[in-house]
Design a protein around this ligand. Structure first.
Ligand SMILES: [Zn+2]
Length: 269
């Protein structure tokens, strides 16, 4: 049963990505969801038990080109739905605060949790009535490679505050709330990597992410049509000057892994 919902969810993800592109021109109201929350599997009541992470070894460059990661591509990673409280996400808007029709293609923004995956999930599942407390990612990848689905892809997660995507066609950002600076949230798919134990601090680097995390991240992005040129980091889009995540991310190794997926051919521009 769970597997069936996962596939429905992934299909919905692709449908949502496609439909946003197709409907943005004529829509004048928040984009219609392709999936409602009720179509997703219920939040697992055994989340505590399922968050027992396997011990993961640290990554070096050679791990990203090893045979075990090729095998990891063949089978979908473990996936768990851990839906955020509805206060922590919203609809994607078809127009900005001035009524301008929005035509941005999706970007993927990579983050790290700094705390544990469990503490991040707990935070997202907490009701936050005040706008400034609301926060979420769409997906989170634990140290063992498990993907936690937190916000449905057709919804707007609150993963980046003051932010601009400097893409191939110039700066892109959207203002949907007069009380906040413009951000990339309206067209972003936010994915966070669980930080290693030696990174639960504000230092500039840590021991990095596990091979399973890179494999799951590549698998997840291989389900999308987001081109390489629109995969970015919180640090790159941040305009507040205080975000540097995901620290110690091996971008070169990651893109080499992602490009092994046949579905990614033609998306590397
Ligand atoms: Zn971040």
């Amino acid at each position: 049963m769970a597997r069936r919902w996962i596939w429905i969810g992934l299909t919905g993800f692709l449908v949502a990505l496609l439909s946003v592109g197709l409907t943005s021109a004529q829509a004048a109201k928040p984009l219609q969801s392709q999936l409602t929350v009720s179509h997703l599997s219920p939040v697992q009541t055994t989340a505590g038990a399922s968050l027992q992470f396997l011990k993961s070894r640290s990554l070096d460059e050679s791990d990203l080109t090893s045979d075990n990661l090729q095998l990891a591509q063949a089978a979908p990673p473990r996936q768990v739905t851990a839906l955020a409280d509805p206060s922590n996400f919203g609809d994607r808007y078809a127009t900005d605060i001035n009524g301008r029709v929005l035509r941005n293609d999706f970007i993927a923004v990579l983050h790290e949790t700094v705390g544990s995956a469990q503490s991040a999930i707990n935070l997202f599942r907490t009701h936050h009535p005040r706008d400034q407390d609301q926060v979420s990612y769409h997906a989170l990848i634990g140290r063992d490679g498990t993907i936690y689905y937190i916000v449905p892809p057709e919804k707007r997660a609150f993963g980046a505050g003051n932010s601009v995507f400097d893409g191939p066609s110039g700066p892109e950002t959207v203002r949907t709330n007069s009380a906040f600076p413009p951000s990339v949230n309206n067209f972003a798919y936010h994915i966070s990597l669980e930080t290693p134990g030696d990174g639960m601090n504000n230092r500039r680097s840590h021991s990095g992410y596990t091979p399973n995390q890179y494999a799951s991240l590549a698998w997840l992005l291989a389900q999308t049509t987001i081109p390489d040129s629109r995969i970015t980091t919180h640090q790159a889009v941040d305009r507040s000057g205080n975000r540097m995540d995901p620290r110690s991310f091996n971008g070169q190794g990651f893109f080499a892994l992602l490009r092994r997926y046949p579905t990614r051919s033609g998306l590397s521009g």
